[in-house]
Write a protein that binds this ligand. Structure first.
Ligand code: NAD
Length: 363
């Protein structure tokens, strides 16, 4: 029996996490779920966006399934997702992007994995608001050190990239590639422009790659060119390793390549602990409508089972979902030929169909 933390999250989070929880349970792997709050839901209930009890629960259980959490754009509170990743040092964000038969997309044969550095870069959350004394101070000190001008009415975001975190994430990508029988790791950067941050990421990555030279192919790509290559020839790629910001953008691009956010799962992994969540957000306009696709969260659940060493159950869960999607009958609106298709299933009904398949597979 495992114990895992379950964070329902905001918006559509409770619906999709419940669907995933039921599907995971139907694999026969016994999990005792410890429910914990985070995000707007938590703020409304107990006045805290990210209670210590939630972080403690993940630390204790070492594994969590998490629904999406709202982050206000521009102002308001800082991302709770980023706070969780930083508090637990979940340094690797792993997002597989796989084609599934029955999902309408431009390509049918994509099978790649994004490994995104999760703790630093422009997402470190170190920012100075325009017009504040702190912004003025950082501007004047930077001008003094760099002998370059910065407009006085600028806001400033800091982009730290360390050798430590670069080595850790590139090593993770290679180890992941080895464990999952992958052939190639491509490091993605913009080192031609940002020589001391992306440049360090690349230099460190090249060093790490030497240790794997006889086992895994290593390639380098500049992020803008990578975006074009992925849209034209995604089949040429296998494992991609990227700094935080590019990783975020490229993983949504890859979700688009395989047919949308509804089927894109993810994992945030640290030393001995991991939080599994879909790539998509809280889609507030669909909240409580039993309408959105639970597949991304179910696939995140399969990643969680795999992480726990329940490889066979993970495989069965993915196969069950795959066959529901391939049949195209009991699937949500986004997997139907037309978005207003009246035969579209609800979130719960699609999860029920997966559970039925799992039962059939077990017989
Ligand atoms: P979103 O992913 O929530 O929704 C964008 C659109 O994608 C939706 O309107 C919907 O059409 C589609 N979509 C998303 N999930 C779907 C699903 N399961 N099935 C079918 N269609 C689906 O992105 P957004 O609108 O940019 O963000 C909404 C909120 O979510 C924001 O507050 C944002 O900060 C937050 N967010 C949270 C996370 C997270 O918790 N990890 C990730 C991304 C965004």
């Amino acid at each position: 029996m495992y114990t895992a933390t379950l964070i329902p999250g905001d918006g559509i989070g409770p619906e999709v996490t419940e669907a995933a929880r039921r599907c995971i349970e139907a694999t026969g792997v016994a999990i005792n779920w410890e429910e914990a709050l985070a995000g707007q839901t938590s703020l409304d209930k107990n006045g805290s966006l990210l209670p210590d009890a939630t972080i403690d629960s993940i630390r204790r259980n070492k594994v969590a399934l998490k629904g999406p959490i709202i982050t206000p754009i521009g102002g308001g509170f800082r991302s709770v997702n980023v706070a969780i990743r930083q508090a637990l040092d979940l340094y690797a964000c792993v997002r597989p992007a796989k084609s599934y038969q029955g999902v309408r997309s431009r390509f049918a044969d994509i099978d790649l994995v994004i490994v995104r550095e999760n703790t630093e870069d422009l997402y470190a959350g170190i920012e100075f608001e325009q017009g504040t004394p702190a912004a003025a101070s950082i501007i004047s000190e930077t001008e003094r050190l760099s002998q370059r001008k910065i407009r006085p009415d600028s806001g400033i975001s800091i982009k730290p990239i360390s050798a430590f975190a670069s080595k850790r994430i590139v090593s993770f990508a290679f180890e992941y590639a080895l464990r999952h029988n992958r052939k190639k790791v491509t490091i993605v950067h913009k080192a031609n422009i940002m020589k001391f941050t992306d440049g360090l990421f690349l230099k460190t990555g090249r060093e790490v790659a030497k240790d794997y030279a006889d086992k895994i192919i290593f390639e380098e790509a500049i992020v803008d060119n990578m975006s074009m290559q992925l849209v034209q020839k995604p089949q040429n790629y296998d494992v991609l390793v990227l700094p935080n910001l590019y990783g975020d953008i490229i993983s949504d691009l890859c979700a688009g390549l395989i047919g949308g956010l509804g089927i894109a799962p993810g994992a945030n992994i640290g030393e001995g602990l991991a939080v599994f969540e879909a790539v998509h957000g809280s889609a507030p306009k669909y909240q409580g409508m039993n309408k959105v696709n639970p597949a991304a969260m179910i696939l995140s659940g399969a990643l969680m089972l795999d992480y726990l060493g329940e490889t066979e159950a993970a495989h069965r869960l993915e196969e069950a979902l795959k066959s529901v999607i391939a049949e195209g009958k009991t699937v949500t609106y986004d997997l139907k030929p037309h978005r207003d298709d009246r035969t579209a299933a609800g979130t719960k009904e699609m999860a029920d169909a997966v559970i039925q398949k799992l039962k059939a597979i077990r017989l």
